[in-house]
Design a binder for this molecule. Structure first.
Ligand code: T4K
Length: 407
């Protein structure tokens, strides 16, 4: 392939390495169908479909035990859980400091509560909120901090809590990606006033659509359970303007079966993540997020930052090449949510104030990872990335060798 132009080289890579079927960034773990139909039979017999049914109660019990948390409330999805979290803490009117490097749902939950997001830049090592940049953004209108444990990497929880304590602010963690992550030997979900989990189909643990809030006290949990059920506290009592955030029995059944599989899923992902790390960490221009100290990760995502100068091709170029090879990587999270028209005019959304997040968004690519992804496929994906780098750097070297001496 040496000596060819890039288009021809890319064509050769595609011819050699293209997968017959798409390799998606993730695939849900599917429980055995028979086991699910077994649960369906029970639902049919009980004729109890939603509203705190038997399977819902059982999933809450099992999840609390699995995650090592005391007060857990299930939801129909993570976004509604986040909406309710802000309501439950009575954070009404004002500003909330949050990250622009996240899925749009994080900022939208603020918007739907009439709160103004104040975007804060991120730490280049973890891609999470940079605590050093939070304090200058705090003003008289600030009510809370809404950090995200992006890709399941823990935020600097102690620094964030210290800032919140100094200024009397609430902390709500968007822990959508952090199922099962342990920090200092216990669940990461113990940090903040409330933590939200997402159980969407694309998540490590799934209830098809779904989510949860982890609260600190049983009183807080009761309030949350009322708010997710229209604000109803008893047959004749409504405590406030609640919403319908309930998980149904079909979702709970899926979750009960998924919970049996999640340990094996994490183990398989760990093996896949190790191959990516071993093969890609040494490729010039590629950066993988370092394993965090004192953390037991969940291997939910494999984000890679592509520096065009070192790698020889920019992120978009690699994304396209992978697509051509039927490898469906994703640019989580590009563009930054602060660029969305509903936020772009906020002073804190100015790209000049978010240089680290802007750079990460322009460089990031999430590679496929899920338990049933064959190890041979992981090696093939790595090979495409390695071969691409080798050809691109050869092309650059040759070009500079033939270039006449300029001024
Ligand atoms: N906060 C954060 C930080 C989040 O990342 C999210 C959600 C939320 C809050 C909100 O939580 P939820 O309200 O969703 O519970 C996906 C998910 O829809 C979204 O839940 C998730 N974050 C986000 C990171 O990823 P898309 O638009 O990329 O999904 P989609 O449909 O393109 O799926 C990605 C790939 O997964 C597909 O290419 C193939 C595979 N897939 C997907 C589905 C739905 C399957 O194989 N089977 C499936 O059923 O957002």
């Amino acid at each position: 392939m040496i000596g060819m132009d890039w288009d021809s080289q890319a064509g050769e890579i595609v011819r050699e390495y293209r997968f017959a079927d798409p390799v998606y960034v993730t695939r849900p773990t599917m429980p055995p169908l028979d086991a699910y139909t077994g649960y369906l039979r029970g639902i049919w017999e009980r004729r109890w479909l939603t509203n705190d049914g038997a399977l819902h109660q059982e999933l809450e019990r099992q999840l609390s035990a699995h995650l090592g948390v005391e007060h857990l409330s299930l939801f129909c999805n993570g976004t509604i859980a986040l909406l309710v979290a802000l309501r439950a803490l009575q954070i009404e009117g004002g500003e909330v400091i949050t990250t622009p490097f996240t899925f749009p749902a994080t900022a939208h939950a603020l918007h739907w509560n009439g709160l103004r997001p104040v975007f804060c830049d991120i730490d280049p090592a973890t891609l999470n909120l940079d605590p050093h940049r939070i304090e200058p953004l705090i003003g008289p209108e600030t009510r809370a901090i809404l950090p995200v444990h992006v890709y399941g990497t823990p935020c600097d929880v102690d620094a964030i809590q210290a800032i919140a304590d100094r200024h009397g602010l609430r902390v709500i963690y968007d822990a959508a990606h952090a199922f099962g992550v342990q920090y200092l030997g216990r669940s990461l979900l113990h940090y903040g006033d409330l933590a939200m989990l997402s159980f969407h189909a694309t998540k490590l643990f799934s209830t098809i659509e779904g989510g949860a809030l982890i609260s600190r006290t049983s009183a807080q949990r009761s309030r949350i359970n009322s708010l997710k059920n229209f604000g109803i506290a008893g047959e004749e009592e409504v405590i406030g303007p609640g919403i319908n955030g309930k998980m149904d029995e079909f979702q709970a059944a899926f979750g009960l079966l998924q919970l049996r599989m999640v340990g094996d899923e994490i183990a398989r992902r760990k093996a896949i993540a190790a191959i990516y790390r071993e093969r890609l960490a040494h490729v010039p221009g590629l950066t993988l997020i370092a394993d965090q100290p004192l953390t037991q990760p969940n291997y939910a995502y494999v984000p890679v930052l592509v520096d065009a100068d070192g790698y020889g091709l920019d992120r978009n170029g690699l994304f396209q090449l992978l697509r051509s090879c039927n490898i469906i990587s994703r640019k989580y999270f590009y563009p930054l949510v602060s660029r969305a028209p509903c936020y772009a005019s906020l002073p804190s959304a100015d790209p000049a104030r978010l240089p680290v997040a802007e750079r990460a968004a322009s460089q990031v690519l999430c590679l496929p990872i899920y338990g049933t992804l064959p190890i041979s496929a992981v090696h093939r994906i790595c090979q495409v990335i390695e071969v691409c780098h080798a050809l691109r750097t050869q092309a650059t070297t040759q070009a500079s060798a033939v270039r006449p001496n300029g001024p």
